[in-house]
Design a protein around this ligand. Structure first.
Ligand code: B12
Ligand code: SF4
Length: 485
């Protein structure tokens, strides 16, 4: 058999983050009692069965690229162990910015066994130079088209060190996503669909517009409809539309979701609150089976939204729009960020009253996470407000509101942390969880589950933050905090 006819096996790895939605745990496990370790483990397994447990669409897309003689498998480290004992001709790892260290460690493990490693994903696309020494091959940018080239070169034994996206892939061409590399039964649902890519907005804490561009690219409505039909045959559970904003192009959304009405699916997605001002689209979404939408409220202070370039979110219309969405029978997951540059210590009370007034079904009260590569990260670094060296990307790992990574503008950390922890302890209680589930316009058990999960996760956040404030966090942090506050 000539070398190019030999069958090749490729392993695609999704890396678990050490905390956050991948598994709630205290950041610093040292010194924890047996009881809390058991509790963390139990919570991690609850999370694996919960709504967050959806498969990575990126790796589904890659594994749907067919090249004769090349087989692909997905290893999702939230569920699987690394199959180190098997032979692989190529290992691909998806690298997210907040989980760089574990991704590099896995790459090094495989490379030490002589297996070539290809790295791709958000971090690689934004910081290719920092990844170069960690891999044999880098895929920079969206890999929808590049991956075929990589697999063909693997077959021919001529892998290049780098594959770089020139222009963004044209989503109007047909690229069916299949689930053959997935273990369908282990996920909460496998019906994950993306209809558009790119974001017209420029929020400074986000890098979607940097990775995927400002221009919205659409998949043809017909193709999405066919995908929904096909997915439904394999898995009748809920659909997740992973678009950052399902209503970014209202005319497209109206056409697409009208076409989905006959399928009688249940779905959840993300939208801007602007949706509340378009009763026709709202009615179509509700009729097409939309059960819940995550909306980014961020701050209720216009000054904060302006300073962070979230111009499409004036505070004055938030309440009206959220009420309209809920009145249409759709639950609202309202995501706030407390600690933006215009926020003051008056904000917690405003957020709390707003949650009560609007009836938000699942509130999420986040800390600003300066993600390397975003413009807020560079600005905070220039202003000397980051609590770690801007070069140490691992310090900016993902967590669940569990550590402050920067100095707020209008308050000291000694003021900010207690006011945030007091807010989350008032908002995330068992009583509120039950009340929110009882008044939810639909999906009451999901609303209950999320709120209960958050009672636990924000409890962890409070413990970690208090520890950080008490100076018992990572080495060197105490001095750093003292110096800066
Ligand atoms: C759905 C989703 C989730 C889901 C599923 C996770 C997933 N990544 O699939 C869940 C709920 C689990 C989740 C969790 C989290 N998420 Co999330 N999530 C998303 C969302 C909305 C869509 C992801 C998606 O499917 N995109 C579509 C695919 C096609 O794009 P893609 O992933 O970028 O993949 C393309 C390329 O990057 C590349 N590629 C990707 N991987 C690989 C691997 C190889 C080998 C190659 C060659 C190429 C390649 O090719 C793909 C096709 O073009 C994005 C926002 C977004 N627009 O992407 C945020 C996003 C990825 N999430 C984010 C965050 C912060 C989180 C959490 C930390 C939240 C938390 N606090 O816990 C966790 C971390 C989980 C983890 N282990 O990484 C950030 C990541 C920031 C960053 N720079 O890394 C994003 C970008 C949101 C944002 N606005 O900043 N998330
Ligand atoms: S936060 Fe949402 S609206 Fe803002 S740039 Fe990112 S994806 Fe777009």
């Amino acid at each position: 058999m000539t070398d190019s006819l030999k069958p090749r096996s490729v392993l695609l790895i999704f890396v678990q983050a050490s905390s956050g939605v991948d598994g709630a745990a205290l950041l610093d496990g040292a010194g924890k009692g047996l009881l809390s370790l058991l509790k963390d483990r139990a919570m991690s397994s609850v999370i694996k069965r919960a709504q967050f447990a959806i498969p990575p669409l990126s790796l589904m897309i890659l594994s749907s690229v067919k090249v004769e003689g090349v087989s692909q498998e997905i290893c999702d480290l939230r569920f699987d162990r690394l199959p180190l004992e098997r032979h692989w001709d190529l290992v691909g790892i998806s690298v997210q910015t907040g989980a760089v260290r574990p991704a590099f460690e896995i790459a090094s493990l495989f490379r030490s066994k002589g297996t070539p490693v290809v790295l791709g994903g958000p971090y690689v696309s934004i910081f290719p130079e920092r990844c170069r020494d960690q891999a044999d091959v880098l895929v920079i940018g969206e890999a929808d088209d590049l991956w075929k080239e990589v697999l063909e070169d693997l077959k021919a034994g001529s892998l290049k060190p780098e594959y770089r996206q020139g222009v963004f892939p044209d989503l109007s061409t047909c690229r069916p996503v299949d689930k053959s590399a997935l273990d369908i039964g282990r996920y909460f649902t496998t019906n994950v669909v993306q209809t558009t890519r790119g974001c017209p907005y420029s929020c400074d804490f986000c890098n979607v517009h940097i990775m995927n561009g400002h221009k919205l690219r659409h998949r043809p409505v017909d193709e999405v409809v066919r995908e929904v039909e096909r997915f439904q045959e394999e898995d009748r559970r809920i659909f997740f539309f992973l678009d950052d904003t399902v209503n970014a192009d209202e005319a497209y959304a109206a056409e697409l979701f009208s076409r989905l009405v006959p399928f009688k699916i249940r779905w959840v997605g993300q939208a801007t609150t602007l949706l509340g001002e378009n009763p026709r689209l709202l009615e179509i979404l509700a009729r097409s089976g939309c059960g819940a939408l995550l909306v980014g409220i961020e701050s209720l202070a216009d000054e904060s939204n302006q300073l962070h370039h979230k111009f499409h979110n004036p505070a004055s219309r938030q309440s009206r729009c959220i009420k309209a969405i809920r009145e249409a029978g759709i639950c609202v997951y309202g995501s706030f960020i407390f600690g933006l540059d215009g926020d003051t210590l008056a904000m917690p009370e405003i957020i709390e009253a707003f949650i009560e007034e609007t009836g938000i079904d699942v509130p999420g009260i986040n800390l600003l996470r300066p993600i390397p590569g975003t413009s807020v990260f560079s600005r905070l670094a220039t202003e000397g407000r980051l609590l770690h060296s801007s070069d140490d990307h691992d310090a900016f790992r993902f967590s669940w509101g569990q550590e402050m990574l920067y100095l707020p503008k209008q308050m000291s950390l000694e003021e900010f942390i207690p006011s945030y922890t007091a807010l989350t302890s008032r908002v995330f209680t068992l009583r509120h969880a039950i009340e929110r589930a009882m008044r939810a316009p639909t999906l009451p058990s999901a609303v209950l589950m999320f709120n209960m999960l958050y009672v636990h996760m924000y409890g962890l956040s409070r413990k970690d933050l208090r520890k950080q404030l008490g100076g018992m966090g990572r080495v060197g942090e105490k001095d750093e905090l003292k110096k800066r506050t």
